[in-house]
Design a protein around this ligand. Structure first.
Ligand code: DAH
Length: 391
């Protein structure tokens, strides 16, 4: 009978609640070593879920070993002296075995994960990555690289601007004729502050945001999308510009000219580049200059560089520039007697066309895969000054 009880208890300890409360049952502890051995054997094979089941079955509130521990209270002092260490020993052995098995399983899981997530950095990358970098994005990366080397940071601003940032702060008051010349896309409604809202017509408002947002000295370029209501082979309603701005003490036109020459030489990767500064007018610069670059005709194509005064040479305009108008500096809360600077603005799409030989701007934005494959750049060819900016 007793034997039967013990056997039953052993076989079912995974699922059944044992309740040792009688003298007879106390004898069950005779087999506590066997119980312990069985648990240890099951623990050795258990996975994490089975382990938790075993823990509850053995050591939980209703567990088999917990049940045995409860029987100690009903024993005589001698019995307790004899059984106490055995039952407690079983509890400790099972607890320790569960903890050790859990540790082992968890580190197995971790090791498997580490092994499966390992990346072999020495393997060659996929030889032909999908997709390509658009020439406009490529040129923007090249500009950032060239100007970073000259100490310029990249600044950005919103494409939806207020009239104040796009015009007024740049010395183009409401009545200024230049405001109409911009073919601006206006929004039908004003913003909450009652300001007229528009798609920025140039990147120059980033000058204002930068001067208002940070303390001089300032050296930034601001590449980005710009919008004007215009469309033909060399104009699209959305196009790209890069703005340059330097604000510091004692800045002169000489700094502007050197910076532009250094930039154009680095961009076209030629030393025989000549610039010509022509007096011009922009409301936000005084004096202002339009900048032409010398080209020569090679095999029927215009190439930047060479002697513009020679038989195959000529000039083409590439950007607008000047000394930042003191009124603009003042609008930004700076003292123009203390701070001066130069600025320039340049069409990025045109730079890309000149450098990489495309002749229709509209193709830039058609999304034709054949064009993108032909003119696009590999995402792995990051422009660097040391490795060549054009990849
Ligand atoms: N914002 C002018 C335009 O879109 C370009 C420009 C000219 C920017 C002269 C400048 C500058 O910063 O100094 O036509």
């Amino acid at each position: 009978m007793r034997q039967g009880l013990i056997c039953d208890a052993r076989r079912d300890y995974g699922t059944r609640t044992l309740n040792f409360s009688t003298d007879k049952d106390i004898q069950a502890v005779a087999d506590v070593e066997q119980l312990q051995q069985d648990y240890l054997a099951r623990i050795a094979d258990a996975d994490l879920a089975a382990l938790e089941e075993i823990r509850i079955a053995a050591l939980g509130k209703q567990g088999a070993i917990t049940g045995l521990l409860k029987t100690l209270g009903g024993m005589s002092a001698e019995e307790r002296q004899d059984q106490g260490p055995r039952i407690n020993g079983a509890r400790e052995a099972v607890t320790a075995a569960i903890a050790a098995r859990k540790d082992a399983l968890e580190s197995e899981v971790l090791n498997a994960r580490l092994a499966s997530e390992a990346i072999d950095l020495t393997l060659p990358v996929a030889p032909s990555p999908q997709g390509s970098v658009h020439p406009v994005a490529q040129v923007m990366d090249e500009l950032a690289e060239i100007f970073a080397d000259l100490g310029f940071a990249v600044a950005t601003g919103p494409e939806i601007e207020s009239g104040w940032y796009n015009f007024t702060a740049l010395n183009m008051p409401e009545t200024h004729p230049a405001r109409a010349m911009h073919d601006t896309f206006y929004f039908p409604d004003r913003n909450a502050a009652g300001e007229e809202m528009l798609l920025r017509t140039h990147t120059s408002p980033v000058q204002i945001r930068t001067m208002m947002g940070q303390k001089p000295p300032i050296r930034i370029i601001a590449p980005g999308r710009t919008y004007r209501s215009d469309s033909d082979a060399t104009h699209t309603p959305m196009f790209h510009q890069v703005e340059g701005l330097v604000i510091d003490k004692g800045i002169t036109m000489a700094h502007l000219k050197w910076t532009l020459e250094t930039f154009v030489k680095a961009f076209f990767e030629r030393d025989d580049i000549v610039l010509r500064l022509r007096p011009s007018y922009f409301p936000f610069t005084e004096p202002s200059a339009e900048v032409d670059v010398g080209f020569t005709v090679e095999k029927g194509k215009r190439v930047i560089g060479g002697d513009p005064t020679g038989p195959n040479g000529g000039w083409m305009e590439i950007l607008g520039s000047g000394m930042v108008n003191p009124k603009v500096i003042e609008h930004c809360g700076l003292d123009p007697d203390e701070w001066q600077g130069f600025a320039f603005g340049c069409g990025i799409d045109r730079l890309a066309m000149l450098k990489y030989g495309m002749d229709d701007l509209r193709a830039f934005f058609d999304g034709d895969l054949r064009w993108l494959k032909h003119y696009g750049f590999s995402s792995l060819d990051v422009p660097t000054l040391s490795g060549g900016v054009s990849a």
